[in-house]
Ligand binder design. Structure first.
Ligand SMILES: *Cc1c(COP(=O)(O)O)cnc(C)c1O
Length: 385
């Protein structure tokens, strides 16, 4: 196996220390990855819900390689191969009307902020506690977590934060000066937190009453993650704007903004050099073909996770799984890695599993066995590990 030499020293010396990390992953295939020392893992992180089709799916790598040989970039000054086809596909799958592409989730949300401001002529937003919408200045303004937002105050747009799941708190915060309400149908970075029944419907109703747009951030929950193309499709709610990214192109950087009929950018109102380029569109179209095939298997895989981990009260929404672990979360993550399983510690002691949608039942069983061993021994962590 490839050895990347002294990467830790080089990183410590030359790379800004914004991340805490231990291993280098050098290769992936399906739901397996290998680190620089040749160790194999079942990957239940999948680039944080990004590698939806698994690592290096031949349909996706084939599409990227083929497109790379024809045209890597041309600019949105011209029609881009695959761009309109991908827009049509996403519109048909989600029931929205038009698409606009970006290079990331944060950027898709920036676009949503701009579109909501243009469409309503209003400047203020509402978002929810523990919500995450990105780290660029606009998306950060609607992201709740104080330690990541507050060092950058003052931020635009102005945003009021309301307790996630609490319609009684939302009602008085709404007004006729609100451009939009940002909501994750399931909070991902918070650790797979689901709102009470009726919450999303209630937001829709309040947005309608006040002329505000309902902006559903499906960057993490979209593209089949919960067993439907959008998590909001588990309800009857029709959002005004939906944002996508993570799983959309199997790890090729891409995001998308989808809007209902009548909501669109006009000439000159928005743009991007790289967004919606030929490679990204090829990767996304190939990704969608794979997800279409694997989608019917998701409920059974989710059920397998649910039954195998039932003693730990998991929150299972398709292949998005959260388990409250408490302050030993980091130790659990580490102990799992030592046993060949990658899981991720999200906020507030919540362990998060977002494996590739192509994970096999055998891999799920192995992952759950390792996790069960570690969680059962948790109270002895870290002394015995
Ligand atoms: C990851 C994430 C984002 C940010 O996406 P980036 O591609 O990292 O900019 C936004 N919203 C949600 C819900 C996310 O999970």
């Amino acid at each position: 196996m490839e050895n990347q030499g002294n990467f830790r020293e080089l990183d410590a010396r030359y790379y800004m220390p914004a991340f805490g990390r231990e291993i280098m992953i050098v290769r992936g295939q399906g739901s397996r990855v290998w680190d620089s020392s040749g160790r194999e893992y079942i990957d239940c992180v999948a680039g944080i819900a990004v590698c939806s089709t698994g690592h290096c799916h031949p349909g996706v790598t084939g599409a990227i390689c083929e497109q790379a040989k024809k045209l890597i970039h041309c600019s949105n000054l011209y029609y881009v191969p695959g761009q309109a086809e991908l827009a049509e596909k996403l519109v048909l799958l989600t029931g929205m009307a038009k698409a606009f592409f970006s290079n990331s989730g944060a950027e898709a949300n920036e676009g949503a902020i701009k579109l909501a401001r243009l469409a309503t002529g209003r400047k203020k937003f509402i978002a929810f506690t523990h919500g995450f919408h990105g780290r660029t200045m606009g998306s950060l303004a609607v992201t709740h977590k104080p330690p990541i937002r507050e060092p950058f105050l003052p931020l635009e747009p102005r945003c009021t934060f309301v307790e996630y799941g609490d319609l009684d708190a939302l009602r008085p915060a709404m007004g006729n000066d609100i451009a939009g309400v940002f909501v994750e149908p399931i909070q991902g970075e918070a650790g797979v937190i689901t709102p009470p029944d009726g919450f999303l419907e209630g937001i829709r109703d309040l947005c309608d009453r006040h002329g505000a747009l309902m902006i559903v951030d499906e960057v993490q929950t979209g593209m089949g993650r919960t067993g439907k193309w959008l998590a909001i499709q588990h309800t009857d709610v029709r959002p005004d704007i939906v944002t996508l990214a993570k799983g959309i192109a199997s790890g090729f950087p891409m995001g998308a903004l989808l809007a209902r009929e009548g909501l669109e950018f006009h000439r000159g109102e928005h743009g991007s050099t790289f967004a919606g380029g030929p490679l990204a569109c090829a990767a996304a179209l190939a990704t969608i073909r794979v997800i279409e095939e694997v989608m019917p298997s998701i409920p059974a895989k989710a059920e397998l996770f649910r039954t195998s981990l039932s003693r730990f009260n998991p929150r299972v929404r398709g292949l998005m799984i959260g388990i409250s672990v408490g302050d030993k979360c980091g130790d659990v993550q580490k102990a799992c890695a030592e046993r060949g399983l990658l899981v991720n510690c999200a906020a507030d002691g919540n362990l998060r599993l977002v494996p590739p949608l192509v994970i096999t039942p055998e891999e799920i069983q192995t992952a759950c066995r390792i996790l069960t061993e570690v969680l059962t021994a948790k109270n002895k962590l870290p002394a015995t590990l």
